[in-house]
Design a protein around this ligand. Structure first.
Ligand SMILES: Nc1ncnc2c1ncn2[C@@H]1O[C@H](COP(=O)(O)OP(=O)(O)OP(=O)(O)O)[C@@H](O)[C@H]1O
Ligand SMILES: [Mg+2]
Length: 343
């Protein structure tokens, strides 16, 4: 008689809203390894290994964001894929209290809904033959088969609204969107299932500075609203530190440093550019007295306001109120976009 393995599903109501150092661990791994074989010769014999992930141990708590930084090829994506059991690995992985290492495809299914990934390349991750609505609803049709068409559509509309896209976009196709909008579609696809744990693999790397900031705000807002736990991968320490509570730094598949994200940017700056930081500190202390007094600063603010008025710039808040969202897809701009006449 075949033995049936019953997978435990977490009690969502009990795991909600407990944060901080005593919050339950959502995802943990101990001495995790992913070694890819290097094959050579006619018989394709293994002559060595690429140690993409080599003995990584970590734990991510509920509501926390674990930032993963490291140079290109250091094993960040491979680590994310291994934790979600999308590639095979060696070493225990515990998700929401259950060991998931070695589970068969069928036994992994109940956990899949609770763990999602936003891939590094949003265009490659979205099927060009499917409409945005079908892409976002795909997970629902696999994991929540009992939903009616209307219920599924309501969930898709809500997910698209949550990521700042007009719900009418669900009838369009991925090639009709910009990189940033495609990344939002990928995020909508991940959050529509109301997961516990989301791996965000460089969701901001293809975006310019303004959209990077908007994306970080969006992710923070989603985390707050939907009580998500993130693993945020990037090679930009500043972007990671703005969202993460804890950081690990990877190099050649190993964790070479870890600690709280607060202050990490300043510390790394000090280590990399000690002279520049010293100069900045000196220039701050040698600032003129007027700039240190509140009256002086108020004067400077008035001057800047007049200058931007002469340049034809509207203050950011006024601009956001005046401009409609771009084709109803994006939230109003946070920075002036009016054309600047020369002064
Ligand atoms: N399927 C694979 N087969 C063989 N080697 C692989 C495979 N996938 C990744 N690697 C190797 O594993 C190492 C880590 O790759 P990974 O994609 O995890 O790096 P990364 O830190 O995400 O880099 P990037 O910042 O450029 O995305 C690289 O040396 C890569 O060549
Ligand atoms: Mg990568």
């Amino acid at each position: 008689m075949p033995i049936r393995v019953r997978c435990w599903r977490p009690n969502r109501s009990r795991t909600r809203r407990r944060r901080g150092p005593n919050a339950p661990v959502v995802m943990s791994a101990d001495n995790l390894k992913v070694w890819f074989p290097i094959k050579r010769g006619l018989l394709r014999s293994t002559v060595g290994h690429i140690k993409a992930v080599d003995g990584v141990s970590l734990a991510v708590r509920k509501g926390e964001t674990l930032g993963v930084v490291g140079e290109s090829g250091s094993g960040k994506t491979t680590l994310g894929l291994a934790l979600l059991r999308l590639i095979s690995s060696d070493g225990p992985i515990v998700f929401l209290g259950s060991s998931i290492q070695g589970l068969r495809f069928k036994d992994m299914l109940p956990f899949r809904r609770d763990m999602q990934i936003v891939f590094q390349d949003p265009f490659g991750a979205l099927s060009p033959r499917m409409s945005v609505g079908d892409i976002v609803a795909e997970g629902l049709s696999v994991h929540q088969t009992s939903l009616s068409y209307e219920e599924r559509d309501t969930r898709v509309v809500k997910a698209l609204r949550d990521v700042g896209l007009d719900p009418e976009t669900r009838f369009r196709y991925p090639h009709e969107f910009s990189g940033g909008q495609r990344q939002r579609i990928s995020i909508a696809r991940a959050v529509v299932l109301e997961p516990n744990f989301v791996v965000l693999d460089e969701p901001t790397s293809a975006l310019d500075m303004l959209f990077q900031a908007q994306m970080v705000d969006l992710l923070r807002e989603l985390q707050r609203k939907r009580d998500l736990t993130y693993m945020f991968i990037s090679h930009d320490l500043r972007v990671v530190a703005s969202l993460a509570s804890h950081l690990i730094v990877m190099r050649h598949g190993k964790v070479v440093e870890e600690g709280p994200a607060r202050g990490a940017v300043q510390e790394s700056e000090e280590r990399l550019h000690p002279r520049a930081v010293r100069r900045r500190v000196q220039s701050r202390s040698s600032r003129p007295a007027w700039s240190r007094s509140s009256r002086g600063r108020a004067g400077l603010a008035t001057f800047e306001r007049r200058l931007s008025a002469r340049r034809g710039r509207a203050p950011a808040a006024a601009c956001a109120a005046a401009l409609p969202p771009v084709a109803g897809l994006l939230p109003p701009c946070a920075a002036p976009v009016t054309k600047l006449p020369a002064i």
